[in-house]
Structure formats: C-alpha cells, structure tokens
Write a protein that binds this ligand. Structure first.
Ligand SMILES: [Mn+2]
Length: 362
C-alpha cells in the first residue's frame, strides 16, 4: 500500500477519528519546517473535521527554524509536547489513541516515542519519503514520494475539503513554508501539482512574503563564528581541476562543510572533537563534479577511514558523516589524507596562499 487518493484517505480518516477519543500527531526527531508545518496543518484540518483532544509530540524538540512556525500560528487547543530522549510519560497518552505520524519513513526516526507506536489503536501515516517500516505498521497511509513535502500532501487534503471549511491564512503560510523548505525553494521534487497547490493557497489568503519570512532565521553568533573559523582553518588541495577542502571546528561541522562547498570546494571534509562521545566527528560533502570524477566519497573514502580507525558512519554518495573512534582531530586528518591519496590515485597539491594579517606580503 503506497498511495491512496486524498478523497479515500479523508473518508477513512473520518471513520477512524470517529472511533477514538485521543489523537496524537508526531513527527521525526528534531522536527524540521516541513514536519512542524504539516503537524500544524493536520491539527487545523482535524479540528475542522470535529476532532477533539489533539496532542502533538515532537521527539527531541524541533529545529530553530521550525520553532518560528509554532509561535506564528494559533493552535491553542492542541497540546504541543516536546519529548526529551528519556521521557516515558507519553506511553499512557498513546494507548488506544489514533496516532498520526507525519514526515517520518521509519519508526526509529521517532526516537523516544518509537516503542510507543505499538500502543496506538490506529496508526495513520502521511509522508513523502521512500518507504521505511512506518508504511507497513500503519492502518491508513497517504504516501507519495513524488510529492515535494509532507506539507504539499496536507495542502492537497485541505484543497480536497474545499468549500467545507474556512481557511486560516497563517496555517496555509506555514504549509507554504514547508513546501519551500523541503523543495529548497522549488529546486527539487516539484511537479505541476506543487505549483497548483501553492497558487491555491495564495488564492485562499496566504501571503507568499509571509511564508518566505517564516524561513528567515537569524544565525546565532556561535554558528557565524564557527563558520569563520572553519574558513580560516581550511586547508585547500587541488586534484586536477577540482578542489578539496579539509577543516575542523568545535561545532556546526555540517554548516561548515556546506559553506565550503558553497564557496567553491568540490569536496569538503570537516572534523570536530566530540568530547561527550569521546570520539571525532567527520562530516563530508561533495558536488556532482567530484562524484562524476571520483565516485562516491562514502564508498571510496569513508569506508576506508572506518576500516582503519573504527567507528560508524551514515549518509549518501555526496553527503554524510562518521563518528571515528579516535580522540584527536590530527589523527583523523592524517588518515584522511593518506586514504584520499590512495582512493583518488593522484597527488594532492596544496594551495599555498596562507597569509597572516599584517605581514608584509600584502
Ligand atoms: Mn519532509
């Protein structure tokens, strides 16, 4: 069962809500803009359908960006709970409830709430990811991996209800923000329906400028400083026509790697010491040029590093991370460089441009 039409889905959803008193909406851990927007949209829709006692669970809280959405809309009657890693109090709440799982392909993304899923009377899934185990565990699903976002699917449900409810422009603006965020401002996974639904939301009173504003977040000073340090410490190497950058930071390693790619590095490796895990974290990113020339960084580089240093890793061909069983960044850099030389089969030529401010080379 992968995709049910929104009309059938709504029909079944109504039947399910009629049979349960409590509804618990939940999303993947550290809910992002799409996860939070779709929770808000779903809550609004369920209330319009007459549902009461709605609780939203956000395992491990939500991202800074997504937090803005929660303070923007008025979903006062819904209980919003942030579930900490060690919380267990939710299990009572889930027992015999209708659990609506949004933007989550696999139950392990629910973290602390994961084990509670078996207590739900009905499990409903709305998602746009390729299948994890959630689809199998659900009584009712609306899954469309061609959809830009879960927010797009909620917009589609709201449009299907056209005429039967009065729309709330702030809720629609959140859903637009969800579509914009997951499609990276209409760069990925968009279809004619995406634009139709955006257009529909705008005719129902949503302001596009508001949706954009919801996505604007102030970068905390610590993130800014981390990125600048990342840049100052970057060691840049040339391989043929491509540039490979290595750096280290105390935190925000993913932001650092993304910034290096945005600046023009074809591949970026960023280390950080994770004191609590007594390990070193390594985040990598690469662009398509690098992938075409040298293949998957994950396969060719990360696996070899793991073999040598031990640890665990996850990711795709062009982006991912590893937790290495070492304590010092230097050790990781050393192994990375030797692995890179072997994997790429070529010399790495350092770009010697380091200057100290104030020296007389300027
Ligand atoms: Mn999503």
């Amino acid at each position: 069962m992968s995709y049910s039409s929104s009309r059938d889905f709504l029909k079944r959803l109504r039947e399910i809500i009629a049979k349960t008193n409590n509804i618990v909406i939940m999303t993947h851990a550290r809910g992002d803009v799409d996860a939070v927007a779709s929770s808000i949209g779903m809550t609004f829709m369920l209330k319009a359908l007459g549902a009461k006692n709605i609780t939203i669970l956000f395992p491990e809280g939500v991202t800074l960006e997504a937090r803005k959405l929660i303070s923007y809309v008025d979903i006062a009657d819904a209980n919003i709970l942030f579930v900490k890693k060690q919380d267990t109090c939710y299990s009572r709440m889930l027992t015999d409830s209708t659990c609506i799982v949004l933007d989550t392909a696999d139950s392990n993304q629910l973290r602390a709430v994961q084990d509670g899923i078996s207590l739900c009377r009905y499990v409903v899934v709305v998602d746009h990811h390729a299948h994890g185990d959630m689809a199998r565990r659900a009584n009712l699903v609306l899954i469309d991996k061609n959809s830009s976002s879960t927010s797009e699917l909620i917009l589609e449900l709201l449009r299907t209800l056209n005429g039967t409810l009065s729309y709330n422009s702030t809720v629609l603006e959140c859903l637009l923000a969800g579509v914009l965020s997951d499609s990276r401002r209409f760069l990925h996974n968009v279809s004619p329906r995406t634009f139709e639904l955006v257009s529909w939301a705008l005719t129902k009173g949503a302001k596009y400028s508001k949706a954009l504003e919801l996505l604007r977040t102030e970068v905390p000073p610590s993130a800014r400083i981390a990125k600048l340090k990342c840049l100052a410490r970057a060691c840049i190497m040339k391989i043929d026509t491509l540039y490979l950058c290595i750096s280290h930071v105390g935190a925000y390693e993913a932001d650092c790697a993304n910034s290096l790619i945005a600046l023009g590095c074809d591949a970026a490796f960023v280390f950080s010491e994770d004191k609590s895990a007594k390990a070193v974290r390594l985040v990598f990113r690469s662009n398509t040029e690098f992938l075409n020339k040298f293949g998957s960084v994950y396969e060719s580089v990360i696996r070899s590093i793991l073999k040598e240093l031990g640890g665990s890793a996850g990711g795709h061909e062009q982006a991912g991370g590893a937790l290495l069983k070492i304590r010092k960044v230097e050790e990781g850099v050393h192994v990375l460089i030797s692995v890179l030389k072997k994997a790429l089969g070529t010399e790495l030529v350092p770009l010697k441009e380091h200057r100290v401010c104030g020296d007389n080379t300027w």
